[in-house]
Design a protein around this ligand. Structure first.
Ligand code: SAH
Length: 355
């Protein structure tokens, strides 16, 4: 029989496996499943033999039926600002990146949902890598596990306090795996991240936003990046399919259902979307649902044609929004020197062609 990988289970399928494949008495499966779940997700268990509170035969059974193998780190880069970028090699050989951003009062881990991306946003480096595959939920969760291992952040999450799905890929084009991964991240017996510690960022797959409001229920960030369909379409081809008007409706619903503000992300591209007029138009959108805007410094990458907006200009753009009564913050760029900042992630993985 081939080994099952522990990370491909959720709590329910783990229980099933313990009953049907390992013949554990039914009245004990819940307890055993919980013990294993806690050992792996809270303490970073790497071998069943270390579980000295389990009968020795059971440890043996577990080791011969379930593997605890995780993807491996293929490369680590540290930025001068403390940001760390890990290149992770998945068990199937594909590579994804994930980034840890330490700040004074918190630590954010930015994880990926796909290898490559289909969206082709013109300013985004990942957009130049074609979609290779959707990550399985275990591959999404394992980015967190690997980062925790590297930072020795077991038991309480003291180091990685927040998780953002803002790495490579579009989370809502891999909806089911993202939903399952978020469930595992939230599980109280496991990683125990609260809904308010997780942010899912979308380029605006409008038809998935209501479903996410009902099922995923984390913070939502919307990559808006432009106040009109004309400008948005120039920089984000997805806007041909989902218009700003639809996004506003779906964000209204999300904010109401989850009872939280939506974060609008707005990357500032010199001469494209950074005029005073744009700022005023943006406030008209912001008037329609509870939200705040996060202005993002554009991070250049090799071969890109856009330029960042000057800091002074960003500040006056921000002030127009604040003067209209809304929250506007400027996201400082982190990890630029290691291509670890927003929109800079890309790996050399390619879809294999079969002839
Ligand atoms: N596909 C999702 C998740 C990716 S999040 C989404 O679009 O929201 C990555 C964030 O970084 C998005 O807001 C994206 O638009 C932004 N981004 C992409 N390229 C960037 C760049 N070069 N500089 C700054 N931000 C960028």
């Amino acid at each position: 029989m081939s080994l099952k990988n522990f990370f491909d289970f959720n709590l329910q399928t783990l229980k099933q496996f313990l009953t049907t494949d390992l013949n554990i008495e039914e009245k004990k499966t819940s307890m055993r499943a919980k013990q294993l779940w806690q050992a792996v997700y809270k303490k970073g268990l790497s071998e069943f033999n270390h579980l000295t509170n389990l009968p020795i035969e059971l440890r043996g059974e577990l080791s011969s039926n379930i593997s605890l193998e995780k993807p491996k780190i293929a490369n680590t880069q540290k930025s001068s600002d403390g940001t760390i970028k890990w290149l992770i090699q998945l068990l199937d050989g594909n590579k994804v990146e994930c980034v840890f951003i330490p700040e004074k009062t918190r630590g954010t881990l930015c994880i990926s949902s796909q290898v490559g991306c289909t969206l082709n946003c013109r300013f985004c480096h990942t957009g130049t890598q074609r979609l290779v595959k959707n990550l399985n939920f275990s591959e999404i969760v394992n980015q967190v596990m690997i980062a925790k291992e590297q930072l020795n952040d077991w038991q309480e999450q003291k180091i990685i306090t927040n998780i953002v799905l803002m790495g490579m890929g579009e989370p809502f084009y891999n909806y089911d795996n993202v939903k399952m991964a978020v469930e595992i991240l939230k599980d109280k017996d496991g990683l125990n991240y609260g809904s308010k510690k997780i942010t899912v960022s979308t380029a605006g797959i409008a038809d998935k936003i209501p479903q996410a409001a009902r099922e995923i229920r984390t913070y939502l960030a919307l990559s808006l990046h432009a106040p009109t369909d004309e400008i948005r379409e120039l920089i984000m081809p997805i806007n041909k399919k989902f218009k700003i008007k639809d996004l506003i409706e779906q964000c209204k619903y999300y904010a109401k259902t989850v009872n939280e503000k939506i974060t609008l992300e707005y990357v500032m591209l010199r001469g494209i979307n950074d005029s005073k007029e744009c700022a005023k138009q943006l406030t008209k959108i912001m008037a329609q649902f509870p939200c705040k805007v996060n202005l993002i410094e554009f991070n250049p990458w090799p071969g890109v044609n856009y330029m960042p907006t000057e800091r002074k200009e960003m500040e006056s753009f921000s002030k127009i929004i604040q003067d209209a009564g809304y929250v506007s913050t400027i996201r400082r760029s982190r990890g630029q020197d290691i291509l670890g900042a927003c929109g800079q992630l890309r790996t050399e993985s390619q879809k294999r062609k079969f002839n």
